[in-house]
Design a protein around this ligand. Structure first.
Ligand SMILES: Cc1cc2nc3c(=O)[nH]c(=O)nc-3n(C[C@H](O)[C@H](O)[C@H](O)COP(=O)(O)OP(=O)(O)OC[C@H]3O[C@@H](n4cnc5c(N)ncnc54)[C@H](O)[C@@H]3O)c2cc1C
Length: 172
């Protein structure tokens, strides 16, 4: 972004002016201060990791999970973070006991509750590619546009159920 024309309600960008009735400006995102001040973050602001173990590529024996981790192409989501936590815990266990590190499995689900008993979701499964260190999208499923009321109700129930189980797994 190069600037903002308040009178015209336009963002001035390299690609030309962009108009909008409501414009939400999101500041550049980056990993937390702790990661950046301790050498875990690269120039782009995020912490590069070995996507099989979540071990930092910059500081040996330190593992980074969650939003701070640069683990392409996993999204920055709570669900992805909990997947990373499991992969990371298992990898540390394997490393400590001299076992082979397993091929990781990643998935992500994001639910949006649009109303009472009305939910939609996006579900992705990923394939880990050790050679490129990239976690590639393998399958993508979104709530179909022609879903019926029962589908939306089930999506909403699944959202609550996922939230409860994530909280329980994290905090007991
Ligand atoms: C509006 C919004 C909607 C979202 N919706 C979804 C969704 O529907 N589904 C989904 O899966 N994800 C969703 N996300 C993303 C999800 O919230 C994040 O991906 C997730 O919280 C990342 O977890 P984290 O533990 O990596 O980081 P955080 O949740 O940010 O936790 C990091 C914690 O570390 C603390 N901290 C930082 N520095 C220090 C320090 N030096 N000492 C001690 N503590 C420190 C911070 O205060 C913070 O509590 C959403 C995010 C936003 C903003």
């Amino acid at each position: 972004m190069q600037g903002f024309d308040e009178v015209k309600g336009q963002l001035l960008t390299e690609g030309g002016p962009v108009s909008g009735q409501v414009i939400n400006i999101i500041a550049p995102q980056q990993a937390d201060d702790f990661s950046r001040y301790n050498g875990l973050a690269a120039e782009h602001g995020w912490c590069p990791v070995n996507t099989q173990t979540l071990e930092s590529l910059l500081v040996p024996d330190v593992h980074v999970i969650g939003d701070a981790a640069y683990a392409e192409k996993l999204p920055k989501s709570a669900f992805a973070a909990t997947c990373q936590a499991r992969v990371c815990a298992l990898a540390i266990h394997s490393q400590m006991h001299g076992l082979a590190v397993l091929k990781p499995e990643y998935m992500n689900v994001c639910y949006s509750l649009c109303g009472d008993n009305y939910g939609i979701s996006v579900l992705l499964h990923y394939r880990h590619d050790a050679a490129s260190n990239v976690i590639e999208i393998e399958t993508l499923r979104v709530t179909p546009l022609d879903a019926d009321d029962e589908d939306y109700r089930r999506e909403a129930l699944s959202a609550y159920s996922m939230f409860d189980s994530l909280v329980k797994e994290a905090f007991g």
